[in-house]
Each structure stands twice: as C-alpha cells, then as structure tokens.
Design a protein around this ligand. Structure first.
Ligand code: F6P
Length: 319
C-alpha cells in the first residue's frame, strides 16, 4: 500500500479535524502518501482531491467542523456516481480509503466496497452516536456537553420564572443526545423517536406536580420525536400553564472538540491507518467496551439499540 485517501462525509462532528490530522500524520510517518478528498463522496466523484502534507493539518486539532468539508451526496448511491468515484481512485492510484462519518457514510462505503473492492476503513464520527457495535462516536461527547450547557442555562430561567420549557435537541432517528442530556440535566421528561410517549400523560403529571408546588419543568425532545413549538402549544392547551420552546439546532454540531472527542479521534485515526496496512477492509474502527475494535460495516449500519427503558425510567425516578 503506497497511497491512501481520507474523506469526511455526512453531518460534520466535532473531532473530525483531529481524526484527519491523525490519519495524515500517522500515514506519512508509516511511509504512505495521503490525499485529502473535499466534500466527501462528492469530491471523489468530481475529482476534488489533493495531497496532504504534515503541515496541511497544523492548527486544526482544536477546531470543530472539518477542513476537508463534508456533504450529503445522494449521487453516490447511484451506479454512475460510484463509477465516477472509482475512476478518480484509479486515476490517482489510491490503494485505500479512510471514511470518517456516521452510519449513512458507512452504508455508502459498504456499497462502494461491494461494487469496486477498494479497501476501506471507517472512523465512527457523528454527534448522534448511532453507529451500531461502537460505544461512542467522535463528536458525541462534545455535542452532549454543548446541549447540556444550554440546558443548565435554561434551568436558571425556568426555575426563576416558574415555567415549562420544551428543549428540542438534534436526533432525527436517534434519541441518544436527548436521553443523555435529559438525565445529566436533571430534566423531568424526554421524548425520543424510538419510544412513543403520550403527551396527555405528561400533562397529567405536570398538573399533579403543579398542585404539589412543582412549577418548573424541562422536557427534552429529540427532533425526530416532535417539534418544540407544537409540543408547547399542546401543553398550554391541556394545562393552561405558560410554556416556552427552545430549539438548540446546529449549535450542537459545532465548537471545539472536548478532550474526549479529540483523544478518541487521534487514536482512531492511527487505528484506521494500521488497519489498512494490515489488509483490513469493509470495517469501521471505534471504541467498543473501552477498547479500539474493528466492526464490520454490515454490523455498524444496523439500528443501534440504546438502553431506552432504563434511561427513561431513571430520568423520571430522579426528577
Ligand atoms: O449529523 C447528524 C445530524 O446532526 C442529526 O442529528 C440531524 O437530524 C441531522 O444531522 C441534520 O442534518 P442537516 O444538517 O443535513 O439538516
């Protein structure tokens, strides 16, 4: 193996930059030439690719986002898109790919591997922490701390003004952020895509709590489970109490990666290069039971089971 390429695809996650830094520097140290692809699969399709040197990744270890840029690319799921990407790989004599992204990125990498057999190793990076078989993805720790910081601040005003807040966090298909911050933020209730919850029941609890003197509430809702404005309106209709909606949105995707996200990224970058050098392919590297492990893409793209009932019960028991 002489030349590899690295790309970031799907939603960016804080820690992607340290992962790129690690792949580039560790790759070079091990005698490889490393190329950086811009905008993920789109860059491979459009031949948007350049050689990375040691200095090209200077000063990025503490930056959120990705210097390689990223995109969601539907064309890559089409045969023609993959063929064009493969032409770029042949033209630049790329012997292996490092794909930094989440489960959607790995699904694309897996399909590409099946069709063109280009050795590929994924690095699990997503704020959603939704890669199956992997404990924690790069960026998840940073995102939950960003959301938690906001919830702590909302708590101050919620308590002071005795109001009900509905805070919408990211997670279209996955309740990881919502569950984690609801528990860590001492929130009263959580709504996630994986579990249907009856708003009437929540309102009943609010009314009962209200009678006992519990006036302020924070309900966390994952974006895939509902819309904060709608939920507020319904709660006000059912309880006649004052509500406020907060949508945290893309704030959760940005910012300086935490020490945990960075160290994970730096270790996984090295592990990805080592794996390619050992001849591994069609797999992702990630932390599993606190050890860096390889997980087949086939497994990584399955639906990840969260400890939902346990978390939801604990949130309610402790509220
Ligand atoms: O990257 C994951 C994620 O942040 C999800 O939590 C969210 O639903 C989605 O991306 C938003 O994607 P986009 O920025 O493309 O709207």
């Amino acid at each position: 193996m002489k030349r590899i390429a690295v790309l970031t695809t799907g939603g960016d996650a804080p820690g992607m930059n340290p992962a790129i830094r690690s792949v580039v520097r560790y790759g070079i140290k091990n005698g490889l030439e490393v190329m950086g692809v811009s905008r993920g699969w789109l860059g491979l399709i459009n031949e948007d690719i350049k050689v990375m040197d040691h200095r090209s990744v200077s000063g990025i270890i503490n930056q959120g986002g990705t210097i390689l840029k990223t995109a969601r690319c539907q064309d890559f799921f089409l045969k023609e898109g993959q063929e064009r990407a493969y032409n770029t790989i042949k033209k630049y004599a790329i012997d292996g790919l490092v794909v930094i992204g989440g489960n959607g990125s790995f699904a694309a990498a897996h399909a590409f591997y099946k069709n063109f057999k280009v050795p590929s190793i994924g690095i699990a990076a997503s704020i959603d922490n939704d890669v199956n078989g992997i404990d924690v993805t790069i960026g998840a720790d940073t995102a939950i701390n960003t959301a938690l910081d906001a919830i702590d601040k909302i708590r101050d005003t919620a308590t002071s003004m005795e109001r009900i807040f509905v805070v919408e966090v990211m997670g279209r298909d996955c309740g990881f952020i919502a569950l984690t911050v609801a528990l860590a933020g001492g929130c009263e209730e959580v709504m996630i895509p994986e579990r249907k919850i009856d708003l009437e029941e929540i309102c009943q609890d609010i009314v009962e709590g209200n009678l006992k003197g519990k006036i302020s509430w924070i309900i966390v809702v994952a974006e895939g489970a509902g819309n904060a404005e709608d939920i507020c309106r319904k709660i006000t209709e059912m309880t006649s109490l004052e509500t406020r909606a907060v949508v945290l949105g893309h704030v959760q995707r940005g910012g300086r990666p935490t020490a945990f996200s960075r160290d994970l990224a730096l270790n996984l970058g090295k592990a990805a290069v080592d794996s390619l050098l050992k001849g591994e392919t069609d797999k992702a590297v990630g932390l599993c039971c606190n050890k860096i492990t390889l997980v087949d893409f086939e497994t990584a793209i399955q639906k990840k089971e969260l400890k939902i009932m346990h978390m939801c019960q604990l949130i309610r028991d402790l509220s």
